[in-house]
Design a protein around this ligand. Structure first.
Ligand SMILES: Cc1ncc(COP(=O)(O)O)c(C=O)c1O
Length: 441
């Protein structure tokens, strides 16, 4: 074992792992869509790390912005007006298209969601918060309560008032649904949601969270009309609509924010990851005018030592400029089309691929034992044999780095990937899926 790994295993606690069961790769270099291990082996970063390295590694403009800001003023408390603090907020509001909105900056995504919860409560004076079962909203205590999937369990019984709903997922809807059209799917899930609102008491419900496009839990893209219907329900019952765009924001789906793909304006939008592409941490909440206004007179009970950290804000400005200068939206449109064709082909040709879902450069491959029964390749929250880590390991051996969740493999490369890089990387996945086809025979 190399010295770096030995030291790491002795002193670090690695996320979401039984420490004796992991073997963290020692990374020695990262550039563009690639990184290298200590033996010089090269990997395609096909998950953009944790879907945050949207502009890949070693981006000169971002590095320069960090250097310049560190020289000029590395830190100033959040109560002061600082040029980069003001400019970053303006740029984010303008990018969101939410006129009159303001930004409350945090360190990262979970904290953004924590503060969105408090704002929804402050705005409505109500207390219950809805979020989807198939969701991940972060690992702080409140964000863990929002999270619907099993990473929530450690925080339970937790805080009262966090209610879970079933978001649209036609592929795994109850068999009896037998949907005939996308409109049927929308109508079903909206009816389910309204019933749940009624039984939880609309006068108790402060807010409802959505990952605008569900990320880690399987790239679930809402059916046509779903968000319009949700918006109408939120207006009807005075419930704050909160889009968590921590993963889906900043061009991941093709548009600046994922909610731009749908005909809705959320009341709160949380963001992080792609705001700085991971070069330094930064997150925040875009607070719509109607909610921001209540804090004109009423005290906002939110604050962090590092809120709107100048290093983060300077990096955000450089990142947003780079997205524009490098025509990232166009590249996502072009490469997203290439990726979609490749994935659709995988769904047809590979016995182990139940369904692929994609929007922009945000996609996943859902693995099954049988296309007919749709039985997942591993049982829910019980991959005792470690089959999914094994498949991810097979990809890694071939130089394709990504991660899996339940029976799904995520494909979300940096947004500046070229067509050649994308096609080459996906050839690796094709080959590994051939082996998985054989494993389920
Ligand atoms: C949709 C979503 N929300 C929130 C978070 C939490 O963000 P962070 O890890 O920056 O706290 C994540 C992290 O993956 C996420 O995907």
């Amino acid at each position: 074992m190399s010295k770096i790994k030995e030291q790491g295993m002795k002193y670090n606690l690695y996320s979401w792992s039984a420490q004796k069961k992991i073997n963290p790769m020692v990374v020695s270099k990262a550039e563009g869509v690639y990184f290298w291990d200590e033996d010089g082996k090269k990997y395609y970063d096909m998950s953009s790390q944790l879907v945050n390295s949207n502009l890949g590694h070693g981006h000169k403009k971002l590095i320069q912005a960090i250097k310049d800001q560190a020289e000029k003023m590395a830190f100033m408390g959040p109560g002061y007006s600082v040029d980069v603090r003001s400019e970053a907020a303006q740029k984010i509001v303008e990018l969101s298209g939410l006129e009159g909105a303001k930004v409350f900056f945090t360190n990262a995504g979970a904290e953004a969601n924590e503060n969105a919860i408090k704002m929804a409560k402050a705005y409505t004076g109500k207390w219950k918060i809805f979020s989807a079962y198939r969701s991940y909203h972060g690992a702080t205590f409140g964000a863990s309560m929002l999270t619907g999937e099993p990473r929530r369990f450690i925080a339970e019984p937790g805080v009262p008032g966090f209610i879970k709903y079933d978001g649209p997922y036609a592929y795994r809807a109850p068999k009896a649904c037998n949907f005939k059209s996308e409109e049927d799917v929308t109508a079903f899930y909206l009816e389910l949601l309204e019933n749940q609102f009624l039984y939880e008491g609309p006068d108790q419900i402060a807010g409802i969270f959505f990952e605008t496009v569900v990320g880690s839990n399987g790239i679930l893209i809402p059916p046509k009309g779903y968000y319009e219907g949700v918006r109408a329900l939120c207006d009807k019952y005075n419930i704050v609509m909160i889009c968590d765009e921590v993963m889906a924001g900043f061009y991941r789906t093709g548009t600046a924010f994922a909610f731009h793909q749908f005909n809705v304006k959320p009341d709160l939008v949380t963001f992080a990851k792609g705001a700085t592409c991971g070069y330094v941490p930064l997150g925040g909440v875009i607070v719509s005018e109607k909610i921001a206004k209540i804090f004109d007179e009423k005290k906002m009970y939110s604050g962090l030592t590092y809120s709107a950290h100048p290093m983060g804000c300077a990096t955000t400005i450089a990142t947003l400029d780079a997205y524009k200068e490098e025509n990232i939206a166009d590249n996502v449109a072009q490469q997203g089309k290439v990726l979609a064709e490749i994935l659709d082909d995988f769904e047809k040709k590979h016995a182990c691929v139940g369904q692929v879902r994609h929007i922009g450069l945000f996609s996943c491959v859902e693995l099954v034992k049988s296309k007919e029964t749709r039985e997942p390749i591993v049982p829910f929250n019980n991959d005792a044999e470690g089959l999914m880590p094994k498949i991810v390991g097979m990809l890694k051996v071939e130089g394709f780095s990504t991660y899996s969740h339940e029976n799904m493999i995520l494909v979300a490369p940096p947004l500046n990937i070229t067509e050649t890089e994308l096609r080459d990387a996906m050839k690796i996945m094709d080959k590994v899926l051939d082996s998985v086809d054989n494993m389920i025979k």
